[in-house]
Structures are given as C-alpha cells and as structure tokens.
Design a protein. Structure first.
Length: 271
C-alpha cells in the first residue's frame, strides 16, 4: 500500500491546521476539523476492514454508518499536526452499530478524536441532506469574530447584515448568511444538536462568545468561508467606534448578489 503520510488528505490536514494556528484561530488545543474521505481513495493507503480499536462516539450516528473521516485529536494542538500527524490526527470509520468508531489509523499515543466529534457528525448529517457534496466541518476561534460577539447584537439578521456591509465580497461568499447560537456548554450533545439544526440553513454558525463552525465541500471552501467572516469582523472591530462616513448599501448588496447569481437571504436586508 502507498504511504499514508504522503496522501493528499493528510497533507491537506497538515497545511490547514498549520495555517489556522498561524492566523491565531486555534490557540492551544482549541479548534477541530473533520473531513469525510472517499473510501476508494483511503483504500490505497489502509485496509479499511482491519480496525486498530473501537471508540465510543457518544451518540447514534447511524446515518453515517460506513463513512470514513480524518479527524483532529482531543487535547491536541494544531501547531503539532504538521510535524507529528500520526499522534494528532486519526482516521475513523463509523461502525455498523452507529455508536462506535473504528480507528483505522492515527492517535498513536492512545488518544482519540476531538470531544466535539458528536457536534461535527451531527453537522455532517444535516449538511449532507442539504448538499450531498459536503465533506468538511471546521471549528475555530477567530479573534475578531469572537471579539465582535461581545459588542454586537447576536441576531442572525443583524450579525450577517453587518458582516455583509464590511467587504464587497461577503454577500457573494456567504449569501446564505451566518447562523448564531447563544453561549452554550461546549463538548455536549446539546450544542451539537443546536448547531446541526442551524446547519440546515447556514454553512456558518457562530457559537456565542466561543467561536465559529463552518461546513463545505472542500477544505479550501470551508477555510475560505471562515476567513471571509473573520476579515469582515476585523474591519468591523477596527471601525465600530468611528463615525460611519461610507457603507455598502442594501441596494448595492442586491446588485452584487444578482450580478454573481447567488441565492441570498433577502430577509436579511433592510429594503
């Protein structure tokens, strides 16, 4: 079999986690990524029918039975993934009982997947119903997005509208807007269920005073969604205390969305 350390999916995880740490989005062991892999591609590198061990998931993921994911580990630091992927990442297959995961590779020090795996899998289930091509769920703590939580009303319409005003590209990149949850205890099934519900209509969900979840078809798309929100939040935080002289109007947002042919949340505009 081919060397899994040279596989495109391990390389993607290494590069993405390194970038997220470099940008300050994932301090210490903050943040996590789950990436659904193609069985045929994984089979070039691993025997997918010979698990190393099984690990309890913590909820019934029967809708994902047989699906394979590469997932960041619990308590692991993104800054270490690039140099030591075998300890900081793992590849799991959802077992036939739906309640356990078969470890196919990784977590070599005896560890396991992120404690927020239930929230990830719930979001994958929700997004796959909307978009069968969804493969990535990403959670991080982008600095300006988090700071904005403390000074801006946590209303989906108002939060989205403010972000759309900050950069011309925003309504084009995330025309479906941003879902928002109040502060909730992390690492629980409750926050996972609430996030999955939001994922039925949003690819981005802010966790109040905590961070953000993003979902997409590829690692680049998902990273880019969060990156664009963070840039808009940075501009907001740099200008919120200053008098507003210019802005992108709602009429201009409509012009942008219609020119680029995106399906935007008309109810999030003030027309």
């Amino acid at each position: 079999m081919e060397n899994i350390l040279k596989s495109p999916f391990v390389e993607e995880m290494k590069k993405t986690t390194a970038n997220m740490y470099r940008l300050g989005w994932d301090e210490r062991n903050g943040g996590n990524i789950s990436y659904m892999l193609d069985e045929e591609e994984v089979s070039k590198y691993l025997d997918i029918n010979r698990p190393i061990r099984t690990i309890d998931i913590g909820f019934d993921a029967k809708e994902l039975i047989g699906k394979i994911f590469i997932v960041t580990g619990t308590g692991k630091y993104f800054k270490n993934v690039q140099d030591d992927p075998e300890n900081n990442l793992g590849i799991i297959k959802i077992a036939n009982d739906g309640k356990t995961a078969e470890l196919l590779w990784g977590y070599n020090d005896g560890g396991k997947f992120t404690s927020e795996l239930p929230a990830h899998l719930m979001s994958h289930i929700a997004r796959l119903k909307v978009d069968p091509q969804n493969r990535v769920v990403m959670h991080s703590h982008p600095t300006n997005t988090l700071a904005m939580n403390f000074v801006h009303k946590l209303s989906e319409k108002e939060f989205t509208h403010t972000l759309w005003e900050m950069c011309t590209e925003c309504i084009v990149v995330f025309p479906d807007g941003v879902g928002v949850l109040p502060w909730m205890l992390c690492g629980t099934n409750s926050i996972g269920e609430a996030t999955a519900k939001k994922m039925e209509e949003f690819r981005l969900v802010v966790w109040g005073m905590h961070g953000i979840y993003g979902a997409g078809k590829t690692m680049d798309e998902t990273f880019g969604l969060i990156e664009t929100v963070e840039k808009a939040a940075q501009i907001y935080m740099l200008t919120a205390h200053l008098p507003r002289v210019n802005t992108i109007t709602d009429e201009q947002m409509v012009e942008l969305a219609e020119y680029f042919g995106v399906d935007y949340r008309k109810d999030f505009l003030n027309l």
